[in-house]
Write a protein that binds this ligand. Sequence first.
Ligand code: NAD
Length: 479
Amino acid sequence: MALPALPEGGALDARSPITGGRLGGVTPATPADVDDAVGRAAEAFLHWRLEPAPKRGELVRRFGDLLRARKAEMAELVALEAGKIRSEALGEVQEMIDVCDFAVGLSRQLYGRTMATERPGHRMMEVWHPLGVCAVITSFNFPSAVWAWNAALALVCGDPVVWKPSEKAALTALACDALLHQAGAPPGMSQVVVGGPDVGERLVDHPAVALVSATGSTAMGRAVGPRVAARFGRSLLELGGNNAAIVAPSADLDQAVRGVVFAAAGTAGQRCTTLRRLIIHRSVHDELVDRLANAYQSLPVGNPLAAGTLVGPLIDRRAYDVFIDALATVDAVIGGERELAEQAPDAYYVRPALALMAEQTSLVLQETFAPILYVLAYDDWDEAVAMHNAAAHGLASSVFTSDLREAERFLSAAGSDCGIANVNVGPSGAEIGGAFGGEKETGGGRESGSDAWKAYMRRSTCTVNYSNELPLAQGVEFL
Ligand code: NAD
């Protein structure tokens, strides 16, 4: 496995999980660099907020066009840096293109409402204004799409973006930013500050940052959320998940096998929406486990850029250690072996694991960011839903069933407690049109489609009196 030689830069190593080798170096931002970037963004905001939103949308349209033209190269970079197989890397770039299209349409639909007022000769309405500088902090596993969800919306909403990408995926960030500048981003509207948590913290604490949109682990959100709140900033948190699927007796098992294997083993188990817990009705448990075991044993694991590979590497040694430690305590395991250790000794390829569990232990209830699917059995529906909702996270969920009542119950107020709830679709692989995010320890934020744009704007409730009188609300008499 050979890696391309990329230009040398600064002191922070950019590595590829494909071999564990060095791709190049990038220069980490100093605290002064972060302050300068925020200062430039605040300056840019003063002009950009006055551009009509459809004009702001034109920048995003041009960016989307460039992404279309450079889709294959961008996907290659995503594969090199994050280890995604080519088809998933292309999907990640397509997600950027899709959200650009969405944001362009949105630029003509930033609607406010007009409300009935109790006072004669008055009009009351809400107007949405640009919010200010947005800091976007992203995780390694979606090195470009998560930023694009934020940036495309923020730009049409009138906000400049300062991006702190994962220290494990800085090259993809620099490439995205270069394309956005090629599309005509004005100075200060899009900037990247490279580095680790310290660089993120500088952004989080900066009083001129109006919104901190942070994607990563719950531990990161636990640190970031209170710091932003302490200065009355706004935060949008997209944190971890411990996603489950229920397989009911009436499920189409062919569909369930495909949905489960993609959701659990895709991206080598390194998606926030990865399926981590499978709750199977006892009547179909053994059959489904047999079929999943066969599918798992035949999954092609290897170089993500090679044709036919479906499971690429883990991001690094730490991820491998976490995987091994978790498997050491499960009741029984199918798969889970290290692969290709001789050909790529500094890379970490593993066969995705099925861990058969008698009950939901504390280990099962925590997010292990690796391809381990914990398999559990249930006897009745209420028990299955209780097991499903027992996790501290609340991101994505699904049920495989052909029973309309079960499907509706799962989607009802008494069903899944997650931000994303699917029927006969695994929990991963969301489209950009819906609001993306989850409850509980997932952080409560929503990004991407639906009305997620409101997080990037401030709402002003405006009242106009066009009468010659001054009637007061609630009938109050004064003067
Ligand atoms: P991570 O928490 O280690 O890092 C995420 C980002 O936060 C990085 O850029 C990191 O430098 C930064 N960071 C860490 N501590 C910080 C601090 N105290 N202040 C400011 N910034 C800080 O996560 P990771 O390993 O890159 O990604 C995996 C995690 O991300 C998983 O838990 C996964 O579920 C989650 N994730 C969530 C979503 C979502 O939309 N909910 C999407 C992708 C990944």
